[in-house]
Design a protein around this ligand. Structure first.
Ligand code: FAD
Ligand code: PHB
Length: 383
């Protein structure tokens, strides 16, 4: 088994397989140090927590506070949404960086898993006749790995999906028409995490560990980093949150992220299976990107173990059909969150009718226990 990509999907899959006694090789083009410092998503939903508990790994891999409240703020007026408690596992503000570091420790340092960093020229052979194989090069030369199955966990721009011949996949894409300026700052969330509607555009502040937070500011699709010097970021945060007392802090990292949702169907071709961002992208407003990657590899790990141990490929044959209904449900949630949080603010994009609809949707969350329960289920990934 060869897994391409040592992101959250590839490392989780390899860890599950190794714990099940199935050996695999992970090929990663970056070095370990680069992967260890990459800052991305911030929430492991309750379904993901339950999944790690089921695999006996939650204590080793997860950290960070329970995510049970969010301040949905409109032009400075906050309303705290409390997750409807049912006594089960709760979502955690566990950063992707923390999870990836813990996976590397468990898989590479504790279980001596085979993760090959700094590889180049990865190519897939997945013909109808002959054994599947992956070729790659590194500092020692060129290599070929013959294998039973190949899993593409190499993100949106990887080689796995690109290796599938034209005409096999259908790609469904939704572009929102705006972007986020994402800034990692040296200031913690004080009080509740914030999703903020504003007539100047969306703003959010989400925790990234005890000392840092990630701010998101809606911006134009064609904005570049030069349009967002640190001073403008802080001025906009104060204006959008209507909190003039917020002080500037160090900005460690910033990026302009276009908001889009994409699903590539089917998520498999012959002996190649796609998981995570290689198969789908979710706009970040719903915090589902990393969680869908975790969902895919949970299903895939069980199917691969059955195929190797019991020579039963039913789970693999059905992989795409099994996961896609869940993927679409959480694309719907991501679109709902993105439309609601942005339309409710600045009406220049979609008009005042959509603005009032979006505000009515937010009111529902606070005025209908049924709406609140559904929202909680979707946030927790348990729908
Ligand atoms: P990745 O984490 O992208 O991992 C893919 C791995 O494959 C990488 O290590 C890459 O180096 C490797 N790779 C790529 N090509 C090759 C190749 N040819 N050969 C070998 N290895 C290869 N979601 C949120 O909810 N909130 C956020 O704030 C957020 N921020 C994000 C910021 C960025 C910059 C990105 C890219 C995504 C962000 N996401 C966020 C989405 C979330 O992080 C992804 O959904 C998640 O990382 C998917 O995991 P993955 O393992 O499928 O892909
Ligand atoms: C995040 O931590 O990036 C995050 C959290 C909750 C959301 C969206 C993003 O709804």
């Amino acid at each position: 088994m060869v897994i391409i990509g040592a992101g959250v999907a590839g490392l989780t899959l390899a860890t599950f397989l190794r714990r099940s006694g199935v050996s695999c090789i992970v090929l990663e083009r970056r070095d370990r140090a680069t992967i260890e410092v990459r800052q991305r998503a911030g929430v492991v939903e309750a379904r993901g927590v339950q999944m790690f508990e089921r695999w006996g790994l939650a204590d080793k891999l997860l950290a960070g506070p329970v995510a049970h409240t969010i301040d949905y703020r409109i032009n400075g007026v906050g309303r705290i949404f409390g997750v409807v408690a049912d006594g089960g596992s709760q979502s955690r503000f566990c950063t992707q960086q923390m999870l990836v570091n813990n996976l590397l420790r468990e898989l590479v340092d504790v279980m001596s898993g085979d993760v090959r960093f700094n590889v180049a020229d990865v190519m897939i052979r997945n013909d109808l006749n002959g054994r599947p194989a992956v070729t790659y090069s590194d500092a020692r030369g060129e290599h070929e790995l013959a294998c039973g199955y190949i899993v593409g966990c190499d993100g949106n721009r990887g080689v796995s999906r690109a290796s599938i011949p034209d005409g096999v996949l259908t790609s469904y894409t939704h572009e929102f028409g705006y972007a986020w300026l994402a800034a990692l700052v040296e200031a913690p969330v004080v009080g509740h995490p914030i999703m903020g509607v504003s007539d100047r555009g969306f703003v959010a502040q989400l925790p990234r560990g005890p000392k840092m937070s990630r701010y998101y500011l809606q911006c134009a699709l064609n904005d570049g980093l030069a349009d967002w010097p640190d001073q403008r970021i802080w001025d906009e945060i104060r204006l959008r949150l209507r909190e003039q007392t917020i002080e500037n802090a160090a900005v460690h990292d910033k990026d302009v992220v276009p908001l889009r949702c994409v699903v590539h169907v089917p998520m498999q071709y012959r002996n190649l299976f796609l998981a995570g961002d290689a198969a789908h992208l979710a706009s970040p407003t719903g915090a589902k990107g990393m969680n869908l990657a975790l969902y895919d590899v949970d299903v895939l790990a069980q199917a691969l173990v059955r195929a190797v141990r019991d020579r039963d490929e039913t789970g693999l044959t059905n992989y795409s059909d099994t996961v896609l209904p869940h993927i679409w449900k959480y694309q719907e949630f991501s679109v709902w969150m993105t439309d609601t949080m942005h339309d409710a603010g600045d009406p220049t994009q979609h008009g005042t009718f959509r603005q009032m609809i979006a505000r009515a949707r937010l009111d529902n969350l606070f005025e209908s226990s049924t709406a609140a329960r559904l929202h909680t289920e979707l946030q927790r990934g348990l729908n």
